[in-house]
Each structure stands twice: as structure tokens, then as C-alpha cells.
Design a protein around this ligand. Structure first.
Ligand code: TNX
Length: 559
């Protein structure tokens, strides 16, 4: 799609409001002779079929912030008038209007008679409504009205917009530190405000199991709790001597899924296996490699890094995880189910007579083959149920040597985190991929050098670094395989983020830059208008303030 007719990045003359949309729309044209339109108590919403949930969102969210009632046009006297009658906010799905913009695309028209948001599908209408909220100004992001503003002007304009990528994701690691349900719902809203449509919930890890499984209650009774955490490295490490834990009931998760669905956010659950599984082994010791270690003595892992206590390759383990996944599928309608596959230490398999015999019997070659065997089993199991496996790029290990491609089903998706390499290889082999290289979009990494960063881990990934991240690497650019890049994802691992405030600090403002990378049709990294983005961020910080986001301030932490 062509970048722009009029330039949404151009600095606004001082006399006109800075629109400062984030993520930047594909095309924005000001039509000052046709407007503005002023929303007030008389503005009625006409929600055509398929858009009722957007009207509901407007009332419950923008209405709560502004005091605007957004009354239903059907209930307003004389409402039988033509579409987009004066004083109307029209919401409609109409592909004839949005032609070529796709189901998530929308056309937003503001003129003196009202506002018309037309989507290629219901999602497009919702993203258009999010744009309208930005146009109303930062106070439209509050939870309740401040001051007595009754009239909300919006400049006359036409926006035509559609996302570059379908998978615009954020991983929230609720395993290392549990984030209570309300915090997750709040993140759904923050994602939606940035037109990000995938919430990848990392529900299990060595340090905690966070999803209620009715058939296997010890997973949460035991696996959701640890007595303490260890921070720092080597001699300078310290135990905090505080318990940590929590989990979501299935009802909690259904509520999160429904809340997200109403905001066009898909929740992709991750059950990490066969590594990162000590919490499960602590709950059911027979899941572990009992001929190598006395797993009955294990607790939930209480330090960071990667536990050597991985799943044992037995029929009982497979059957157990089939039970788990049966319940997971029942909770999460997502077409994609993430099963990890990352960072699985192989020492216990190497030492285990059971695992060695298994590798020999199945002709797996070595431990990498064994890991692939695990992933393939569940890849097929998911495919038979109409779902697609997603795994970290280690799921490619052990495939090529066996001369059978990746050994995974065609629908399997790779999350490329150790750089772009795994994603490039997977795309060339015909798999869809999500690019989330740790060198660019790991938001647990520090955002500035210096001693005063509250979360001083990892490499430095500045706001500008994230803004200049390009999901399609040169190795794929211009090739057919580039079509396999479903999109991109920023990952919030929470080893050093204990609570919502810390997550906010690491996530923002970088997630705002990431949203633009995922949604907007930006030019090549070196040609991106970083200073224009910075200028728009000035207005966006006011929105984040109104939302109560504890972002890292532009100048760094205040003493
Ligand atoms: C690597 S990304 C991990 C996570 C850690 C993260 C910390 C991935 C698949 N594994 O388990 O939390 O690094 O940056």
C-alpha cells in the first residue's frame, strides 16, 4: 500500500491540533473545509449488524472517559433517517467502501455531519473506533471524566488504514511472576489501544504453573507456588525470602478470552514443554526423569535461568499432556496453540537409561531427535483437532538431519527468537513464522545504559532501536517466502518484573513504537522518520498518562 497522500508525520502548524496518531495510519487527508464535527450528548450511534460490540466498547470505554452517552440511534426520536444522518456516529461493515483494505482495514470519515467508521470486517470497525478515541484527545483515555467538557471536537478528515501484519503480538510471561486477572485485562486494553491483536500468554515455566487443570489439580495446588526467589548472580545473589504465586481458574481465563475477543485480541496460550517444566515435575514427580534424579524432592524452581529438570519421554507423560491440552483447547478458541520447545537441557535424557532406550527404539538418533519427537506428537495431536502448533525456533532442531524437512506439519508456526535465522529457515521450508528476535524486541532488556535503570538487565534496546526494528530481514525481503512472515511480537519476560508497575516501565514507551512497526507500512529502518515519531510520542505520552501507564519517562527515571 502506498505510504501517504498527505503526510501524517509532517509537523502540524502550531494553530492546528497535532493528530499524532500511533500507530500511524496508511493514509490521512485533512479536509478542513468540511468540518470539524463536535461530539456531544446529542451524538447518536448507529451500529449496523456486526458492529454492536464496537458501540458497546465506545459506551463503556470512551463514554466512561468523556461522559458522552453515545445513545443508540435506533432509540432516538426521528432516527429512521438515512445512513450517516446529521449528528450520527455510523459504524458499519462494508467491503465496497473499504475495498482492498482487508478485514482489519477501515475508512474513517469525519465531516460537519458526523463520523462514519466503515470496516472491511468487524475488526476494522473496532480499529477505526480506536483511532477516533485518539482524535478526541488524551482525556478520552481516562477512566472517568475530569472537568466539565461537554463538547468534543474532531477535525474533518479521511483516514484509510490497514495493518501491515496480521500477527501483531505481545508475550506476557505470567509464569515467572503471576499477574492477577485484572492486570491481564488491563493489558488487553493497552494492546487494543495500540491496534495489537495477539496476546501470547506464557502460562507455564520452571517457576510456576498458572492455569487450572481440573483433571490434574496438583499443577496449581503445588506448581503455582514457590517459597522465594533468588535475584542477582553468583556471590552477589540474594534470596528475597518471600513466597510468590497464583494461578487463573478456568473461569478467569474464559473471562480474559471473552474480554479480549470483544476487542479483537486473540489470546494464544503457551504450555511450555519438554523443557521449562520443573513446576509440572514438582507437582507430579513421575513426569520427570526419575531414573536420574529423585524428583519427589523437587519444589517449584526458585531461581532464574533454565532448570535441568525436564519431562521424561514416556507414554505417561504424553497422556498427561494430552489431558492438559484437552482442557486448554476447551478454554482457548485460538487457532494457534504455543507449546514452547525452547531451551530444553538434554543432560537428563543423556544420562537416563529409559530415554536412551526410547531414542534407540524409536530411531530418533539423539536427544535433538527426541525433542522433535515430543513436538511432532503434539503437532499432529493439535492438527487433528483443527489447531496449529506454534513453537520457539528450537522446534526446528533435529529435523533437517533426518532428511524429512522440518518434520513438522505444514501448519506449524515458528516463533523466531534467537535472531532471524530460525524464522528464515522455517519460512523457506514453507512454515509461517512470527519474528520476535531477542536482539530487537525483548522488552525485558534494559532501555538505556547507566546505573539508574530500575531494571538493568540484558542488552540496551532503546526506543529508537525498537522503532527501527524490521520484521522482514534482508534474507527474505522481496522473496516469496516473505509471505510466511505472519507478523511480529514483542516479548515481556518477567524474571525481573515483579508487578504491573515494573511491567509498564519495561513495556512503555517501547510497545508504542513496536505497535507502529507491526501495524504501519513503514519504510526501511534507516529511512524511518524517528524524529517525527518522537514528536507524535509527545502527544501519546499524554494518552498513556490518562491510561495510568507507568512508562519510562523520556529523560529516564527520575531520582
Ligand atoms: C529466553 S525466549 C527465554 C525465556 C527467558 C528470556 C529472558 C525464550 C524462548 N526463552 O525463558 O525468560 O530469554 O530474556
Amino acid at each position: 500500500m502506498a505510504m501517504t497522500d498527505s503526510d501524517p508525520y509532517a509537523p502540524a502548524p502550531a494553530s492546528t491540533p497535532l493528530l499524532a496518531l500511533i500507530p500511524a495510519p496508511t493514509r490521512l487527508t485533512r479536509t478542513p473545509d468540511r468540518g470539524p464535527y463536535v461530539l456531544d450528548a446529542g451524538t447518536a450511534v448507529e451500529a449496523r449488524p456486526g458492529t454492536e460490540h464496537v458501540a458497546h466498547w465506545l459506551r463503556s470505554t470512551v463514554g466512561a472517559a468523556t461522559g458522552l452517552p453515545f445513545r443508540d440511534a435506533a432509540g432516538v426520536a426521528g432516527a429512521a433517517g438515512a445512513a450517516g444522518a446529521p449528528g450520527r456516529l455510523l459504524l458499519a461493515v462494508d467491503e465496497d467502501v473499504t475495498r482492498g483494505l482487508g478485514p482489519e482495514g477501515y475508512r474513517l470519515v469525519v465531516d460537519g455531519t458526523g463520523v462514519r467508521i466503515t470496516g472491511g470486517g468487524p475488526a476494522g470497525v473496532f480499529w477505526g473506533a480506536q483511532t477516533l478515541r485518539q482524535l478526541l484527545g488524551p482525556d478520552a483515555f481516562r477512566r472517568a471524566p475530569v472537568g466539565g467538557q461537554r463538547a468534543w471536537p474532531v477535525p474533518a478528515l479521511v483516514v484509510e488504514d490497514a495493518p501491515r501484519f496480521a500477527w501483531r503480538g505481545v508475550l506476557l510471561d505470567v509464569a515467572r511472576h503471576f499477574l492477577p486477572k485484572d492486570g491481564v485485562l488491563r493489558y488487553v486494553d493497552l494492546l487494543a489501544a495500540h491496534k495489537l491483536g495477539v496476546l501470547h500468554l506464557h502460562l507455564t515455566d520452571d517457576q510456576g504453573w498458572r492455569v487450572e487443570i481440573r483433571r490434574w489439580p496438583e499443577l496449581t495446588a503445588t506448581g503455582a507456588w514457590r517459597a522465594r526467589s533468588r535475584y542477582g548472580h553468583g556471590a552477589s545473589s540474594l534470596w528475597d525470602e518471600r513466597p510468590h504465586g497464583g494461578f487463573y481458574t478456568q473461569d478467569d481465563l474464559r473471562e480474559i478470552v471473552a474480554y479480549a475477543a470483544a476487542r479483537h485480541v486473540t489470546v494464544v496460550p503457551e504450555i511450555d514443554l519438554p523443557g521449562h517444566s520443573q513446576a509440572a515435575v514438582a507437582a507430579y514427580p513421575w513426569l520427570g526423569n526419575t531414573d536420574v534424579v529423585d524428583t519427589s524432592a523437587l519444589g517449584v524452581w526458585d531461581r532464574w535461568g533454565i532448570s535441568p529438570n525436564v519431562l521424561a519421554p514416556t507414554d505417561a507423560t504424553l497422556a498427561f499432556y494430552e489431558d492438559v491440552l484437552t482442557e486448554v483447547l476447551d478454554i482457548f478458541p485460538s487457532p494457534f496453540v504455543h507449546l514452547g520447545g525452547d531451551e530444553c537441557p538434554k543432560e537428563q535424557w543423556r544420562a537416563s537409561p529409559t530415554a536412551r532406550a526410547f531414542i534407540a527404539k524409536e530411531g530418533l538418533g539423539d536427544e535433538d531427535g527426541l525433542q522433535l519427537w515430543f513436538m511432532r506428537h503434539f503437532d499432529r495431536w493439535l492438527a487433528a483437532r483443527g489447531r496449529r502448533l506454534v513453537g520457539w525456533d528450537e522446534i526446528l532442531q533435529g529435523g533437517e538431519r533426518r532428511g524429512a524437512g522440518t518434520g513438522l506439519s505444514e501448519g506449524a508456526v515458528v516463533s523466531s527468537w534467537r535472531g532471524y535465522g530460525g524464522g528464515v529457515a522455517a519460512a523457506r521450508a514453507g512454515h509461517d513464522v512470527v519474528m520476535c528476535p531477542e536482539q530487537h524486541v525483548y522488552l525485558d532488556h534494559r532501555q538505556a545504559p547507566g546505573d539508574d535503570e530500575p531494571v538493568p538487565i540484558g542488552w540496551v534496546r532503546t526506543l529508537e532501536d525498537v522503532y527501527r526494528f524490521e520484521p522482514v530481514p534482508p534474507a527474505l525481503a522481496g522473496q516469496d517466502a516473505a509471505a510466511h512472515v505472519l507478523g511480529t511480537q514483542a516479548n515481556l519476560w518477567t524474571e525481573v518484573m515483579e508487578n504491573q508497575q515494573r511491567i509498564d516501565y519495561q513495556a512503555f514507551p517501547r510497545l508504542s513504537a513496536f505497535a507502529e512497526v507491526a501495524w504501519s507500512h513503514l519504510p526501511a529502518p534507516e529511512a524511518r522518520d524517528w524524529h517525527g515519531f518522537e514528536r507524535r510520542m509527545t502527544a501519546h505520552y499524554a494518552r498513556l498518562d490518562a491510561l495510568g501507564v507507568d512508562y519510562r519517562p523520556p529523560g529516564g527515571p527520575q531520582p
